[in-house]
Design a protein around this ligand. Structure first.
Ligand SMILES: [Fe+2]
Ligand SMILES: [Fe+2]
Length: 247
């Protein structure tokens, strides 16, 4: 079984970032010993160099390998350059063993909250997913912005601007999991054979209503995917259970 922890929207900054909550989350996630941690952006509050420096010290506390893509807050104030310097590539492909592929996309535009993938990155994604289909890989696509509206998040503003085209590519290639953040609200949609899962905010005080800080854990076995929602320092429960796509 492969276990993935999905964290998002840390918002490391002088405001909104709850360090105590972050420290609790670190010890919980390290205790779970997942195979990897996926971080779907908004690592910082404003993309400031100082915030990224601070964030790298925090992220180093996680013991499992961690893979991140930027969020709209990270792309502010030249943060898209700082991300490359201190965190890593903004788009990437990771192959685990012979049958597991994770593709990270950069859905941000500098100093703009709106998200889009754009044609060059979309073509690259299609090429990578074609290979996943040929190799019969379990595929995960990771991006900050949500591609389908999330309930209980008010008026829709920042859904991926090219979401229709991206959704078509993801579903026709039967991508197994699409992981996003941005709205600070956990959610699962299943579109055809693709599970589209949002994570809440791990440790930011930017929360809606009674939403709590949380992260998702995916237990991926040969025949099913179990999604657990963990409230930081709180309740953990089964959020969804789905059969694996047959090859
Ligand atoms: Fe955020
Ligand atoms: Fe965001």
């Amino acid at each position: 079984m492969t276990v993935i922890a999905h964290i998002s929207d840390l918002h490391v900054s002088k405001s909104d970032f709850n360090e105590e909550m972050f420290m609790k989350a670190v010890s919980e996630i390290n205790g779970l010993q997942p195979d990897m941690i996926i971080l779907t952006g908004d690592i910082t509050g404003n993309g400031y160099y100082k915030e990224f420096k601070q964030a790298t010290r925090y992220l180093a506390m996680f013991e499992p390998p961690l893979f991140a893509i930027p969020g709209n807050h990270d792309a502010r104030n030249l943060g898209y350059q700082t991300f490359e310097e201190l965190i890593g590539e903004r788009s990437w492909k990771l192959t685990v063993g012979e049958d597991f592929t994770v593709i990270g996309l950069d859905s941000t535009t500098p100093d703009d909250n709106r998200g889009d993938i754009g044609r060059p990155q979309h073509l690259w994604l299609e090429h990578q997913l074609d290979e996943c289909v040929v190799n019969e890989n379990f595929s995960i696509v990771v991006l900050h912005h949500h591609i389908i509206s999330i309930p209980q998040t008010g008026r829709e503003r920042n859904v991926l601007s090219d979401s229709g085209d991206i959704l078509k590519t993801l579903t026709t290639h039967e991508v197994d999991l699409v992981l996003s953040g941005h709205k600070h609200v956990p959610n699962i949609w299943k579109i055809n054979k693709t599970l589209v899962v949002n994570a809440g905010s791990l440790c930011s005080e930017k929360l809606r209503g009674k939403n709590l800080n949380s992260y998702n854990v995916y237990n991926i076995s040969e025949d099913e995917i179990k999604i657990y929602l963990h409230n930081v320092d709180g309740e953990k429960f089964l959020f969804g259970e789905y059969p694996r796509n047959k090859i």
